[in-house]
Design a protein around this ligand. Structure first.
Ligand code: GRF
Length: 198
């Protein structure tokens, strides 16, 4: 069986990365993590990669706060190509991608977001859902474009909002759903990779 070569990008904790690497390790997910890359030097996601013996790298982002400097983004394309990555998996990557990446990996970059998009893009989406008085929220996996938490939705998982929920309890429940949904979506890409190619 061919294993889908993925690259994971993240800026923070790496709980989704961990869930994906666990599924790969247990043989449930026919993928191979070729590299984990972070724009934050001491991001825990890089330690997660090391724990699973996955190649990992820090990518200096340059002078901007919400995007990569064009040279950095071109370097990111090189790193992913040199690693033989076919699917780019964003897992808490806090920068918007632009032409170098979007052109190099057209419809092969996906992201997970903790709301039922198109509702509540942006930061702390679970707090936004609570404040809006929603009864249900959830998480979404979508193709990445050059806008924040935007792009065609691939799959969603609903999470009920309970009467006693605090931002913390709701966030924790959404994260459980994320850790199931993301590997399941990557498994669908992997099935396509076995047959038709991405
Ligand atoms: C996740 O909640 C994801 O939805 C959002 O960023 C968070 C990353 O968390 N895009 P982690 O680094 O995977 O723990």
């Amino acid at each position: 069986m061919k294993r889908l070569p993925i690259g994971i990008l993240g800026s923070g904790k790496g709980s989704n990365c961990q869930a994906i690497l666990e599924r790969i390790g247990s043989g449930d997910l026919a993928a191979e993590a070729r590299v984990v890359i972070s724009d934050v030097l001491d991001a825990p996601i890089l330690a997660v990669a090391r724990k699973f013996f996955v190649a990992n790298a820090y990518l200096p982002a340059g002078q901007f706060r919400t995007r990569l400097e064009p040279d950095s983004e071109a370097e990111l394309v090189n790193m992913l190509r040199e690693s033989g990555v076919d699917l780019v998996v964003l897992a808490g990557f806090m920068r918007v991608l632009h032409a170098p990446m979007l052109k190099a990996f057209r419809r092969r970059i996906i992201n997970i977001h903790p709301s039922l998009l198109p509702k509540f893009p942006g930061l702390e989406a679970w707090k936004q859902a609570l404040a809006a008085g929603e009864k249900v929220t959830g998480c979404s996996v979508h193709y990445v474009d050059d806008k924040v938490d935007h792009g065609q939705i691939i799959a969603q998982r609903e999470v009920p909002i309970l009467s006693g929920d605090t931002p913390e309890t709701l966030h924790a429940r959404i994260q459980v759903a994320e850790r199931e949904l993301y590997p399941a979506v990557i498994a669908e890409f992997s099935e396509r990779y076995q047959t038709a190619g991405l």
